[in-house]
Design a protein around this ligand. Structure first.
Ligand code: SF4
Length: 239
C-alpha cells in the first residue's frame, strides 16, 4: 500500500494492522472522545445539512468550540430555510465560540441560500456539486460524504495529513496530495472510519507537538519516530 516516493517503513505492517493498532490506542485512551463531526452525526442523525454547516464552522477551531457553536446555531435555526433567512448579526453571536465568526456567519447563510436557489434546498451528494457551494473545498465536501451520507471518502484535515506522513503512508506536501495518495493506497473498506480514527489518534497520541511516542505501539514502523524522535532521545542521553 505504500505510495511511490514514500519511504517503505510500513511494508512490515498492512494498513489493516496499522488501523487495528490505532483503534486499540484510541478506544483504550482515557482522554479519547468523539470528534465534533461524529458527535454531530449522532446528535442529528447524520443530517447532511447540519454536517455541512458544522464542518464549515469547524474550520480552524477546536472540536469543543465547534460543538458549542453548532448547538447554539441549530437551537434556533433548524433547517436550511430558517438559516437562509437568519439575520447575520444573530448568527454571528450564536457561532462566536467557533472563532472567525464574521466570515463564518456570512458563509453559512450564503451556503443555505445557495442550496435553496440551486439545489432545491437539499444538500447534493456528488463531490462536483458540493464543490460548487460557497466556501466548500475538498475536505468539507468529503466530510459531508462520510458523516452525512455514509459514502466512502477520505477527508484530509491536519491530523490525517500529519499522521499519514509521519507513518510514511504517503510522502506529500499538501492535504490534497495526501488525499489522492490515500485514495490510491488504502482499500475502500477503511475509508469511512479513517478520518475519525486519525483525528482521535492525533488528539490523544500522535499530537502535532510532542507526540506521545512512549505510549504508541507504532514506533517500530513510524518514519517520524525513527528519523526525528529517536535520534533526539539518543542525543539527549549522550549529553
Ligand atoms: S510513534 Fe510517535 S510520531 Fe509515530 S505515530 Fe506513534 S505517536 Fe505518532
Amino acid at each position: 500500500m505504500v505510495q511511490k516516493g514514500a519511504l517503505d517503513y510500513t511494508r512490515k505492517l498492512s494498513i489493516g494492522k496499522i488501523l487495528a493498532k490505532m483503534r486499540v490506542m484510541v478506544y483504550g485512551s482515557k482522554d479519547g472522545r468523539a470528534t465534533a463531526l461524529a458527535e454531530l452525526k449522532d446528535a442529528e442523525d447524520g443530517d447532511p445539512f447540519k454536517i455541512l454547516i458544522g464542518t464549515i464552522l469547524s474550520h480552524r477551531t477546536r472540536d469543543e468550540n465547534t460543538t458549542r457553536a453548532v448547538e447554539k446555531l441549530f437551537a434556533k435555526y433548524k433547517d436550511v430555510e430558517e438559516l437562509a433567512k437568519a439575520p447575520e448579526s444573530d448568527v454571528r453571536e450564536r457561532i462566536r465560540p467557533a472563532g472567525f465568526y464574521n466570515v463564518k456567519a456570512r458563509n453559512v447563510i450564503r451556503v443555505a441560500r445557495q442550496l435553496i436557489d440551486e439545489f432545491g434546498g437539499v444538500v447534493p451528494r456528488r463531490m462536483e456539486d458540493l464543490l460548487r457551494l460557497h466556501s466548500v473545498g475538498r475536505k468539507t465536501a468529503n466530510c459531508v460524504l462520510v458523516y452525512g451520507f455514509n459514502e466512502p471518502a477520505i477527508p484530509v484535515d491536519t491530523h490525517v495529513h500529519r499522521i499519514s506522513n509521519r507513518l510514511a503512508l504517503v510522502d506529500t506536501k499538501t492535504p490534497e496530495q495526501t488525499e489522492m495518495e490515500l485514495i490510491k493506497g488504502v482499500p475502500k473498506a477503511y475509508w469511512l472510519e479513517l478520518n475519525d480514527l486519525f483525528v482521535r489518534f492525533g488528539q490523544t497520541t500522535c499530537k502535532p507537538i510532542g507526540p506521545r511516542c512512549e505510549v504508541c505501539s507504532l514506533t517500530g514502523i513510524c518514519r517520524y519516530y525513527k528519523e526525528v524522535v529517536y535520534p533526539k532521545r539518543m542525543n539527549k542521553r549522550k549529553r
